[in-house]
Design a protein around this ligand. Structure first.
Ligand SMILES: Nc1nc2c(ncn2[C@@H]2O[C@H](COP(=O)(O)OP(=O)(O)OP(=O)(O)O)[C@@H](O)[C@H]2O)c(=O)[nH]1
Length: 350
């Protein structure tokens, strides 16, 4: 990148259009251009693709992009159908064969999606049936066209199949976009609303085996904003979000609960196991240097930990964890405090 910068500065012919100016102006324009390019590169590094977003957030983005690309391919397929009708070429297995729906580009993408283990599979199954419908109705139409017997019914059936397919795509896209708004744009983590909506199900499924809620809050985060600026504060939040996800299992969701507060639902078969997990995460975060621009920043957090008992409301659990968190804040910070259902508190930090 720097080499490109110097090349641009010293070789004005390299920049298209700049030859219109005199040498001095070209030199300054080249310098300015170089500065912009270098700035964009480093800005992009911090805010762009080099940041790993939350796994679910990334999955949604990739699915929407795949869906758009492969449904565009189906428009192209329609043009191929017209071409086939006019020329009757041989290479049209994605139009004429009875498993054409598996051969077209959309069908190949869809099959890959259906092989994934997802809880929103019903949308994809609906799309699958509608997609099979298009190919079937298209073949039926082509068959009657061959004998010059095309009726309005055959065209209508094909049009209805196309419409139904489109509707099933729209339904899935709307679902994905709605899911996307449940994620925080800064950290990519699911937001509090997602926790509210999914908690009952999660608790029903895992509370018996041992489920714990860890509510953590960065210590003196205001000072980070004050000392390094809000953008650096944002970088710290992102870095912490990534670290928390990296340090937890896929079945243990991490939520951005509020400004500098995060929640993790931990799976542990005993209090001791839960203490050990919470402490491991706390120590890892406290010992990590976060690279934020020119700064290397260390943070700590204070957390409240409590068990999720069967049939307990999220509100009650959060109330308990919050009390433990504030106890931790008032007794020195950089610690995890456990609270049981009778409100007894234990400082589990060493
Ligand atoms: N950069 C940045 N700052 C945020 C964001 N959300 C909340 N904050 C800041 O987080 C800070 C929280 O400050 P306080 O509630 O006073 O808590 P604290 O300074 O962390 O102190 P303790 O919690 O008592 O250890 C405030 O300055 C908020 O502006 C965000 O998205 N980005």
């Amino acid at each position: 990148m720097l080499a490109a910068f110097f090349f641009m500065k010293y070789n004005d012919t390299y920049i298209p259009g700049f030859k219109l100016f005199d040498n001095n102006l070209t030199d300054h324009a080249g310098l300015l251009y170089g500065i912009i390019v270098v700035f964009c590169y480093y800005f992009g590094k911090y805010y762009g693709e080099e940041w790993e977003l939350n796994r679910e957030y990334k999955y949604i983005d990739a699915t929407i992009s795949g869906l758009n690309k492969s449904s565009d391919a189906h428009f192209k397929w329609l043009v191929n159908v017209l071409y086939y009708v006019s020329k009757k070429h041989d290479h049209a297995s994605d139009i004429t064969s009875c498993n054409a729906h598996e051969r077209c580009e959309f069908g190949i993408w869809l099959q890959q999606k259906l092989n994934e283990d997802r809880d929103d599979k019903s949308y994809l199954q609906d799309i699958y049936h509608k997609h099979v419908g298009i190919h079937e109705k298209c073949r039926e139409l082509l068959a009657v066209l061959t004998f010059n017997e095309a009726s309005a019914d055959a065209f209508e059936a094909f049009a209805s199949a196309l419409l139904a397919f489109n509707q099933s795509l729209t339904l899935y896209k709307t679902h994905l976009l709605q899911r996307r708004t449940s994620f925080d744009t800064l950290t990519g983590l699911p937001l509090r609303r997602t926790l509210d909506e999914s908690f009952e199900k999660t608790s029903e499924k895992f509370a018996k085996e041992g489920l714990y809620l860890l509510l953590l809050d960065i210590d003196h985060f205001k000072k980070i904003n004050d000392n390094y600026g809000h953008l650096t504060g944002d970088l710290v939040l992102r870095a912490l979000a990534i670290q928390l996800e990296d340090e937890t299992r896929k079945c243990e969701p991490v939520y951005r609960y509020g400004g500098e507060e995060f929640i993790i639902l931990l799976h542990a078969s005993s209090d001791e196991d839960a203490f050990a997990i919470a402490e491991r995460i706390r120590l890892l975060v406290a010992n990590t240097e976060i690279a934020a621009g020119d700064h290397s920043i260390k943070i700590t957090f204070t957390a409240g930990l409590t068990q999720v008992h069967e049939n307990e409301s999220l509100h009650r659990i959060l109330e308990r964890a919050d009390k433990a968190l504030y106890h931790g804040k008032h007794t020195g910070r950089n610690r995890c405090v456990y609270v049981n259902r009778y409100s007894d508190m234990y400082n589990i930090a060493v």
